[in-house]
Write a protein that binds this ligand. Sequence first.
Ligand code: GDP
Ligand code: MG
Length: 680
Amino acid sequence: MAVRRTTLQRSRNIGIMAHIDAGKTTVSERILFYSGRTHRMAEVHDGLATMDWMAQERERGITISSAVSQVQWKNHEIYLIDTPGHVDFTVEVERSLRVLDGVVAVFDAVSGVEPQSETVWYQADRHRVPRLGFANKMDRVGASFDRCLDDVRTLLGAHPIAVQLPIGSEQHFAGVVDLMEMEALYFEEKDQGATIVRGEIPEALQGEASAARERMIEALADVDDEVALAYLEALPLSTSVLKAALRRATIALQAVPFLCGSGLRNKGIQPLIDAVVDYLPAPDDLPPLRGHDFTGAEVVRERSVESALAALAFKIQVLDGRKLVFFRIYSGEMRDGESVLNATQNQSFRVKNLFRMHANRSERITVARAGEIVAMVKARAMVTGDTICAVDAPIILERIEARAPVISVAIEPETVREREKLTEALATLTEEDPTLVVEEDSETGELLMRGMGELHLEIVCDRLQLDFGVAVRRGNPNVVCRETVTQSATGRGTFSREVDAERLYGEVEVVVRPRGRGAGNHCEVDLVSSQPFVKPEVIDAALEGVRDGMLFGPGGEEMTDVEVVVRAIGVDAKGGCSAIATRVAAGEAVRNAYRQAGPVVLEPLMTVDVVVAEEHIGDIISDFASRRGVVEAVDTSNLRTVVHGVVPLRNMFGYAMRLRSMTHGRGAFSMKFKSFDQLS
Ligand code: GDP
Ligand code: MG
């Protein structure tokens, strides 16, 4: 038992997160290289980076799928989960946050905290994920470690604790001072930084280094009693005591250890991996897992190998024609050939073909344990968000939140012959990606894809071509709208027809009412007191008719935030009514009520944050107005100005280019879905 506990303590599940271009891929590649996982350093601009394995990612130089990689470092196993940085893929970020224990947040030391890093930071806050900070690109003109820390403090409201100081910066960036050991670290250029040369802190930096160490200890004293006591009594503090205190504070989300370096120049990466081991949590350092059982009662489970199995399926992906499910094991063990329970679907199945993954390569294993991220060949109906657990110890974990698609595009195969192939390929893709929805227009036969953004759908089209060999033509992207009602209304529907010499009769009255934005739809039966007797199956049929009928509004868009109540079910002169006719009547009643209830179209509104220099604020604000957007706040409390606003998505096409020209390439923006709403 003791042995297993140690094994778990030697494991780390981490993700590297950053604003696009901050250097996430570059840093990940260095981690793989120094840990001996790869033998050749791949560069993003070569299009060869190991973690960016999908062809589309290589072409665009961005990272989309959360590939998992495993490295060994100083007797520890580190699982690296590469996470996407683009806003279209926030659901992927969200999914990976569910299965991570810690995050390395990479910042560009020149631009500091950018809008997208804020989004990801708050997502990590919400999931209570401990973090390390890394100020990358210290070699670039304009780099500043201090300003980066200030940004993190003021823009993200976090408590960074610098455990290093840069030695020089910009083209003179030479290495780092380790404030724990009080020594200088340099990285040998001959072997791509693999050899670390340790030495005295340069004379000119000694005063600054002592002051920085003092600040580090003070900050730790603020959050840790052991350090506070020693500090007050002016007792010497050993490195191991300080590191242990910083580890506790990091795991308790009270501090973010901060380091610096340059991925591209091969400086500062090994100390970063050390910091992952030193400060980020092992799987069993985190609070117990919480879920519920079939009765809804809460289940609390220790994250140990000894507890019963609990795992979360977080990704489905087709690799080499095999459909694989990726999951995180939180507790217990999973063995090849053993029966387990898909608790979410209440279905047991036998584990077949377990794999440990490294980007797009896989290694067969027979057992996987708590703390690991592994893949297995997909079992039947399994979908992302399902909890897999021991047959005799059910636990259901919270599902992964899916989001509403906001962009649609019509597609068709370039040749009619490929239609079937296309439909099949799309079925596979929608299974992998819960944010992709494909619909066929029953009248025109046109295929419509809906997704999270333009880039998202563009990449789907590329994959159709590259992975499935189906070339498609696509139309212009459109925003996906919804409808709702603005007032209450009553509607009636009747159905009366002679079928096989039998009269089928149904009559239903419903009331529809608007609900608050984001409240979702609801339907129920609440019959008036004068309601004549009807059989329970007729009532069920009425409710079913309502459920079908309420899905779409008079404008053909998906209906949202409405309530429909069945008030009365009519009978014919002989007191009879049929279930099927009642069902049809109910649908008609809803449609009639909708038309009377002031239906309106809701469009996707986006929260847009633009970071610009002060001189451009005026341009940004008037451009917002021309897009029918609203400026909610202009934040000038920091070094840079952030304009926060809300703009309809339909008016955001091409914004990146417009912003570039307005700001001469120096503005940055982030955009995320806010709500379906009417613009006031
Ligand atoms: P990602 O989008 O966060 O994955 O960023 P990448 O790793 O793809 O890097 C974006 C660009 O920044 C690439 O051109 C890299 O070569 C460059 N880059 C990454 N790290 C550094 C660095 O430390 N210094 C400099 N000067 N450039 C870097
Ligand atoms: Mg990348």
